[in-house]
Design a protein around this ligand. Structure first.
Ligand code: SF4
Length: 440
């Protein structure tokens, strides 16, 4: 049993998919800093691209993503025109420098666009950037996965996809505004496997309205029977103050803190018992999956998509609200699709805010990433350790963490507290911030 200490889980805490987190972004960093960071990319430096499609055919009530309804074809066409202009601008600035090793399409729902538009987009990237046989991954909405998609993805060389599943319970699907029968997911998996795409992730959720431990357990059993190579099990973050669409969720029916904790533990036990390897605190992967291999080799990383085996130090975000990550800066594109389009079509950088990372930020980012990926920060420099030591004590007192040879180590039974333990290294942390989700 994981020990339950509610007093340690009351604050809201970042997911630390970056450090510093997006809450620290400001408008003093934007286009000029992006151009400077692009200038610093070396000829053969490996880079990753993230391409954001901020549209979905149907908006789910629980969604916290930057996405809007793809209700009009013209809206998507205009967006893709702007995206192509941004691709041309960024690739032109690089002038062949940087070798693209990974391309991730996320959203929103990349399959909200037509398959032929997806092919065109991939083609634009391949013909403008210098690509080095990149791994291509795509997030998919199973509800709009028509028979054209699997052959299209295979044709484009996509090797990994992620399906938004959340729960197989029909009652819960109704309560979160996302109806997708089991047969739909099975059919999606079959079509993908038939074209050779075996690396499939399921996004699942606990803490959903009306969800019981038994509901979650049944969903996990169903997922395990389908054998996706990866499962991400996230706690639902109810933040209607930030995401007004969540007001449709009945918050009188949300599981409380102790139930959420029990669900996170159940997920861990059920999935690891079924042969999945725990990857950090919320991902699970079959032993043959590249994420499991990266975890075993100590080369696991964290980026804006969560745990990853992508080890490129630079990720360039393309599309409205997409975030670029450079060693010394994090820069986000304009979120508003209209303003994004105006800038892109005027051949202007679309970056609108971000931050420069100081040497101290970069060190803390490294320790936080190591802690969340391996449970061990490695030796921490003395000035940073000094700032973390007092806040760490509460976790040491409860046997959830220890200090050894100058490193912070998460004990086996401290996994659920990883984000809280990581936050002791965060010099910007505000545990009462309403901008972050529950720790579990
Ligand atoms: S499909 Fe995904 S991105 Fe789109 S609204 Fe639903 S949860 Fe959000």
């Amino acid at each position: 049993m994981w020990p339950y200490y509610p007093e340690l889980l009351t604050g809201n805490v970042p997911r630390y998919t970056s450090y510093p987190t997006a809450v620290e972004f400001h408008e003093g960093v934007g286009g000029p800093e992006l151009l400077k960071a692009l200038d610093a990319i070396g000829l053969d430096e490996p880079i990753s691209l993230y391409v954001h499609i901020p549209y979905c055919q149907q908006i789910c009530w629980y969604c916290g993503c930057n996405t809007g309804a793809a209700s009009k074809t013209q809206r998507l066409t205009s967006y893709l025109e702007a995206l192509e202009a941004e691709i041309a601008l960024i690739a032109g600035k690089l002038g062949g420098r940087g070798k693209v090793r990974n391309i991730a399409f996320g959203g929103g729902s990349p399959n909200a666009i037509a398959p032929v538009e997806f092919v065109r987009l991939v083609d634009r990237i391949f013909t403008t950037f210098s690509c080095d046989r990149p791994n291509i991954s795509v997030e998919l909405d199973p509800r709009i996965f028509n028979p054209e998609w699997a052959p299209t993805l295979a044709h484009c060389g996509v090797s990994r996809v992620s399906l938004g599943v959340q729960s197989f319970s029909e009652d819960i699907q109704r309560a979160i505004g996302r109806i997708q029968p089991l047969e739909m997911i099975k059919d999606c998996m079959k079509q993908l496997r038939d074209v050779g795409i075996d690396s499939v992730n399921f996004d699942l959720m606990y803490g959903l309205p009306g969800q019981s431990i038994d509901d979650l357990s049944e969903t996990l059993d169903t997922a395990i029977a389908l054998q996706p190579s990866r499962i991400a099990l996230f706690g639902y973050a109810h933040m209607p103050q930030l995401f007004p669409r969540q007001r449709r969720i009945d918050d009188t029916n949300l599981p409380g803190s102790s139930d959420r904790f029990a669900m996170a533990e159940l997920g861990y036990r059920q999935l690891t018992w079924a042969g999945y390897k725990a990857i950090g605190f919320d991902h699970f992967a079959l032993p043959k999956d590249s994420l499991s291999r990266a975890a075993a080799q100590g080369s696991l990383h964290r980026n804006f998509q969560g745990y990853t085996d992508d080890d490129c130090p630079t990720m360039i975000g393309l599309g409205a609200s997409a975030i670029s990550n450079f060693p010394a800066a994090i820069i986000q594109n304009e979120k508003n699709p209209g303003r994004y389009r105006m800038l892109a079509l005027a051949a202007q950088p679309t970056a609108s805010r971000g931050l420069s990372r100081t040497a101290d930020d970069q060190q803390r980012a490294h320790f936080i990433e190591k802690l969340l990926c391996t449970g061990n920060t490695g030796p921490i420099s003395a000035p940073i350790f000094k700032t973390a030591r007092t806040a760490l004590q509460i976790f040491i007192d409860r046997g959830l963490a220890r200090v050894e040879s100058g490193a912070i180590i998460v004990e086996n039974n401290g996994l659920a507290y990883s984000r809280m333990i990581a936050s002791v290294l965060d010099k910007y942390r505000q545990l009462d911030s309403k901008k972050f989700s529950n720790a579990v």
